[in-house]
Design a protein around this ligand. Structure first.
Ligand code: ADP
Length: 437
């Protein structure tokens, strides 16, 4: 306890050896007699200050050491968790998307060796089926959980993953901690189950609708007005179920590659007009003005699939519009870089309807994702239309996205590449203008 007390020797012995001895036994100062009281007091003062500073320094050192130990322990725990985690984890640069570190589970899932992946970017390795969707997942918020994405392995197979991203700083660098949950097998079983159930449902549903039709034709006996009303509700619901089953099977067949694109060179305008005409009755019933400004181009496309996509987008736009609202279908050739490199075709469906909340702008393109749980019941939807649209657009090598303001309307945009075959699209001078009545 007393050993830290600074001791000042005051002695009449003044030669060097005496002083050395005093210091070697622990003295901090040596004053030779005769001494001045002021000098002694001043020296005591300065030694007390030195002692205080020493104590402060020691305390700070201890604190720092404690922090270093805590940090080292945290790093060791993180490293152990990182290395031993059954979930694939990758740390990437937030802006360049270069891989900085990956764990063994990630290497196992991706099929790459560490040296093949570290310092490469996700885009260079073509890791994501939709790189842009991945980049959006990385940048929109400081943290994002369970975004469903398709990851491409070294062997060029696709794995469905749920990606959770946290922004972190590593040695001063802004990084993303990507934690993957590989749900490929779960998805496969789920799809198999859905597709089996759908197949089993299809035949009885068709016979049900046939029977309802027969009943409502009054050939089996006259029905009351009330009876017809009930039959109409039953038919509408049965038809919705058939639509659902058909959509599920369509999507599954597209995803599994059983439906391939039958591309041919088609003029775009008739396709746009055909889509608008097909939706005219629905627009009239909803008191929505439907207009289309076609763009006279030739396009290499699968016309049936393009029509399916256009009618899906138009039917949504009409469904979610208010009476008196307007829905507009436009198409143009874009010559400046945007979602795709130019030139590309931009098709847009804009409405003035209820709009879509910002946090749903990406998720509605996933299967069964609806803004409101009552949408399928009240609007007759299946929650599969946009997933089908996205699939069709992706099979054309394009992009689909939506911009929206709540309460004011939504604009769905589809960008289709045309750069690969520039001769596939030729401008024609006289543009037609069609406005469905
Ligand atoms: P659904 O069969 O329910 O229309 P979709 O996949 O086509 O399925 O759309 C998913 C959901 O996205 C819809 O249920 C709706 O909530 C929202 N949505 C799609 N288009 C629009 C739109 N034009 N305006 C507002 N909401 C929309």
């Amino acid at each position: 306890m007393t050993q830290a007390i600074p001791v000042i020797f005051i002695s009449a012995l003044g030669d060097v050896l005496d002083k050395v001895k005093a210091f070697s036994v622990g003295g901090v100062d040596f004053i030779t007699k005769p001494f001045q009281v002021e000098e002694v007091l001043a020296r005591i003062d300065s030694h007390l200050t030195i002692r205080q500073l020493q104590q402060q320094l020691q305390q700070q050192n201890q604190q720092l050491q404690q922090e270093i130990d805590d940090r080292r322990r945290a790093e060791e725990t993180f490293e152990k968790a990182f290395l031993a985690s059954p979930s694939p984890i990758a740390i990437t640069d937030l802006t360049t998307h270069q891989f900085i570190e990956v764990n063994p589970s990630f290497l196992k899932m991706s099929g790459y060796s560490r040296s093949e992946i570290v310092a490469q970017s996700a885009a260079q390795l073509r890791c994501w089926l939709n790189q842009e969707q991945y980049e959006a997942a990385m940048l929109t918020q400081a943290a994002r959980y369970n975004q469903e994405l398709e990851f491409r392995t070294k062997a060029n197979t696709l794995r469905t993953v749920l990606l959770s991203v946290e922004h972190i700083r590593l040695n001063g660098q802004a990084c993303a901690l990507n934690i993957f949950n590989d749900i490929t097998e779960r998805k496969r079983l789920e799809n198999e189950f859905i597709s089996m159930v759908s197949h089993e449902l299809r035949t009885p549903m068709h016979s049900l609708v046939g029977a309802l039709d027969l009943l409502s034709s009054d050939r089996l006996g006259q029905l009351s007005e009330q009876g017809h009303k009930i039959l109409d509700i039953a038919t509408a619901n049965a038809e919705r179920l058939i639509r659902l089953v058909n959509d599920i099977l369509d999507l599954e067949r597209m995803k599994s590659g059983a439906i391939t694109m039958q591309q041919q060179r088609c003029p775009l305008s008739p396709l746009l007009l055909q889509a608008a005409e097909a939706m005219q009755a629905m627009a009239d019933a909803a008191q929505v003005a439907l207009s289309v400004s076609p763009c006279s181009l030739l396009l290499d496309t699968d016309p049936d699939r393009l029509l399916q996509m256009l009618t899906n987008l138009l039917s949504n736009a009409i469904k979610f519009s208010h009476p008196g609202g307007a829905v507009r279908l436009t198409a143009e050739r874009v010559e400046v870089a945007g979602r795709l490199s130019p030139p590309y075709l931009l098709i847009q469906v804009a409405d003035q309807g209820r709009g879509i909340p910002a946090d749903k702008l990406n998720s509605i393109f996933e299967r069964f994702q609806q803004v409101d749980a009552s949408d399928s019941r009240e609007k007759g939807g299946t929650g599969l239309g946009l997933a089908i649209c996205r699939n069709i657009v992706q099979q054309h090598g394009g992009q689909i996205w939506v911009e929206s303001t709540l309460g004011q309307g939504s604009k769905f945009s589809v960008a289709l590449p045309i750069a690969a075959q520039p001769e596939a699209i030729t401008e024609q001078s006289d543009e037609q203008n069609y406005s469905a009545s």
